[in-house]
Design a binder for this molecule. Structure first.
Ligand SMILES: NC(=O)c1ccc[n+]([C@@H]2O[C@H](COP(=O)([O-])OP(=O)(O)OC[C@H]3O[C@@H](n4cnc5c(N)ncnc54)[C@H](O)[C@@H]3O)[C@@H](O)[C@H]2O)c1
Length: 271
């Protein structure tokens, strides 16, 4: 079987951990090269080193446009081309009731989750358009951006805005054969969710144990499930899809287990 990302190059923001790290591992395993762009330096360097010559680390705070631009330029100067961008770096950001939300915390959340995704899209478009080989941009939204009640207000608002940018950027970048899509993950055990749900970012196992009490589709989700969705959009398999949002949540929003709702197999016909 041929590798699915042979000789292609991608920038992954938030590549030092969780969904970004799993995506870096999959793209390299499938023949590609990656720039791990993250503000977490020790972890980012360690992930890049574990992937050998197929990865470089760029210290990058996505709220700083110069950092983002430099990450894409490093990819082109190191590997000679630019084919993919995974705009994925994220935080939970400000939580709590609307009436008690400090606006500076709201601004900081938006700077990472909205401005960061926009800057990543901007410099992906710049480098891919210049190379003239087309390309594919994937952005991490969330089920919190698709349905109410699944995330804090600023987070949910930011993740919905990512879906809007995927659509608008896809329309503009059609001309350069650059596709843009969003991925909306359900709950995936990573440092971020472990922190929110157990209070400890390093205790992903505690979260897995909780999720395993009611597994969707009979198993626990993993960051690899999202990596496969990114690769789908990056590879030729997704070459006729742009401006879309793919929910990857094991049925958490669209088809929760019948035991959790109404079991239609046990209903009687009403007359
Ligand atoms: N894990 C989930 O259940 C879930 C569900 C839906 C969406 N998401 C989204 O997936 C993305 C990745 O999250 P994750 O679950 O892998 O969490 P994670 O904490 O494991 O990884 C997030 C990474 O982003 C980096 N990062 C944060 N702010 C940054 C900044 N300003 N500049 C550069 N890097 C920064 C962190 O250092 C970290 O390496 C986020 O956008 C998150 O909102 C996660």
């Amino acid at each position: 079987m041929t590798a699915r990302y042979e000789n292609k190059v991608a920038v992954i923001t938030g590549g030092a951990s969780g969904l970004g790290e799993a995506t870096a591992q999959l793209l390299v395993a499938e023949g590609g090269s990656v720039v791990i762009a993250d503000y977490g330096e020790a972890r980012g360097r360690a992930v890049a080193e574990s992937l050998g010559d197929a990865a470089v680390f760029a210290k990058c705070d996505v709220t700083d446009e110069a950092d983002v631009a430099a990450a894409f330029d490093l990819g082109v100067s190191t590997f000679g081309r630019m084919d993919g961008a995974f705009a994925n770096a994220g935080i939970v950001g400000v939580v709590g009731p609307i009436s008690a939300t400090p606006m500076e915390d709201f601004d900081r959340t938006m700077a990472v989750l909205v401005r960061g995704v926009f800057a990543t899209t901007k410099h992906a478009a710049r480098t891919m358009s210049a190379a003239g080989n087309g390309g594919s941009i994937a952005m991490t939204s969330s089920i919190a951006g698709v349905q109410g009640g699944l995330g804090p207000h600023a987070y949910a608002m930011a993740k919905a805005s990512v879906i809007g940018l995927a659509r608008s950027a896809a329309a503009e970048l059609q001309a350069d054969r650059i596709r843009v899509n969003a991925i909306a993950p359900g709950t995936i055990p990573t440092g971020m969710t472990a922190h929110v749900m157990t209070g400890d970012p390093d205790n992903v196992d505690a979260l897995v144990n909780r999720v395993d009490k009611a597994p969707l589709l009979g198993r626990t989700s993993s960051a690899h499930d999202i990596a496969e969705a990114v690769l789908f959009f990056f590879s030729d398999a997704g070459s006729w899809i742009t401006g879309q949002t793919l929910v990857v949540d094991g049925g958490q929003t669209g088809a929760p287990p019948m035991s959790a709702t109404w079991d239609s197999t046990k209903m009687v016909i009403a007359r």
